[in-house]
Design a protein. Structure first.
Length: 267
C-alpha cells in the first residue's frame, strides 16, 4: 500500500510528459529559425533597467527555442524587458563548440541592449552549454546567473543506444567533458541555481541534475513530480526562476551597497 503514492505520482508525471510532448511537437516548427532583433546601436540604459540584465533561454538536445514559449511569456509579463530565446544547430556534435557560439551570442546581446552581463536559463543540454561557457571559457565575466532545468551536471546514463552521437557521449558520466567541469573553478563569479526532480527520467541518476562543486556558488532546488519535458513549462518552476533572478538582483544591490560603505569608510 505504501508504494501506491509513488506509482500514482510516476503515472501522473508520465501522462503530463506525453501531453507536453504533443504540444511541443505542434509548436516546434515555430522555433526553427533564430529570433529577429533590432539592429545596433544600443540605447542608453536608465538606472532602473541596469539592475535587470537580459535573460537568455537555451534549449536542450534536438530541440529549439519553441520550448520556452510559456516561460518567456511569464518572464515578460512579470517585468523582464529583454528575454531572448536562442537556437543552436541540431547538427551540433561538440558541446565546447556550442559554448563558443554562446559566447558570441552573449556578446551580441550585450552590445544590442547596452548591458554588461546577462542571466541564462538552460534546459537539459542547454544548461551544460551555459555552465561550460561560464566555467571554462571565462563567461563568468559576462553571466551573472545560470539557472539550469534538468541538466546532467555529473553526466547521465540514459539512452545508451544513442551513444553513437558524439554529443551524447559527452554527456556520459565518464566523459572528458564532465571531468573538465568537475575540475577546479577558482574565483568563478557566476551564481548557479539548478532545478531537479526525482520524476526526471532523462537524468540517470536523478541527482545528476544537482550541482555539487566546491568552487561554484550553487543552489539546488527540488521540484517534486515534474518530468524532464515539463520543466520549462511548469508553473512552479517558472515561479522559482523568477525568484532566483530577483534574488540575484537583491544580492547584487547588497554587494554594491557594501562596496560603497567600504569606499566611504576608507575615505
Amino acid at each position: 500500500m505504501q508504494a501506491m503514492p509513488f506509482f500514482r505520482t510516476r503515472f501522473g508525471s508520465t501522462a503530463v510528459e506525453l501531453a507536453v510532448l504533443a504540444g511541443h511537437l505542434l509548436l516546434y516548427p515555430t522555433g526553427i529559425t533564430q529570433e529577429r532583433h533590432l539592429p545596433h546601436p544600443a540605447p542608453a540604459l536608465p538606472a532602473e533597467d541596469r539592475a535587470q540584465p537580459p535573460v537568455l533561454l537555451l534549449h536542450g538536445f534536438i530541440d529549439n527555442r519553441s520550448v520556452f514559449v510559456l516561460l518567456r511569456r511569464t518572464l515578460l509579463r512579470h517585468g523582464r524587458r529583454h528575454v531572448v530565446a536562442l537556437n543552436f544547430s541540431p547538427l551540433t556534435c561538440d558541446l565546447r563548440a556550442a559554448a563558443e557560439l554562446l559566447s558570441r551570442h552573449v556578446a551580441e546581446v550585450c552590445a544590442r541592449t547596452g548591458h554588461r552581463r546577462v542571466d541564462i536559463v538552460g534546459h537539459s543540454l542547454g544548461g551544460l552549454i551555459a555552465r561550460y561557457y561560464v566555467q571554462r571559457l571565462g563567461g563568468d565575466a559576462r553571466v551573472r546567473t545560470v539557472i539550469t532545468l534538468g541538466t546532467p551536471h555529473s553526466g547521465t546514463r540514459v539512452a545508451p543506444l544513442m551513444s553513437a552521437h558524439p554529443l551524447v557521449r559527452q554527456l556520459r558520466p565518464d566523459s572528458g567533458l564532465i571531468a573538465e567541469l568537475a575540475g577546479p573553478a577558482p574565483h568563478c563569479r557566476t551564481r548557479f541555481v539548478a532545478f531537479w526532480s526525482e520524476a526526471d527520467q532523462v537524468m540517470v541518476p536523478t541527482g545528476t541534475a544537482r550541482i555539487d562543486h566546491p568552487d561554484l556558488l550553487a543552489s539546488n532546488v527540488h521540484i517534486a513530480g515534474v518530468g524532464h519535458l515539463a520543466l520549462p513549462v511548469n508553473g512552479a518552476v517558472a515561479a522559482g526562476i523568477r525568484e532566483a533572478l530577483a534574488s540575484a538582483e537583491t544580492a547584487e544591490a547588497n554587494e554594491a551597497a557594501e562596496g560603497a560603505e567600504h569606499v566611504i569608510s576608507v575615505a
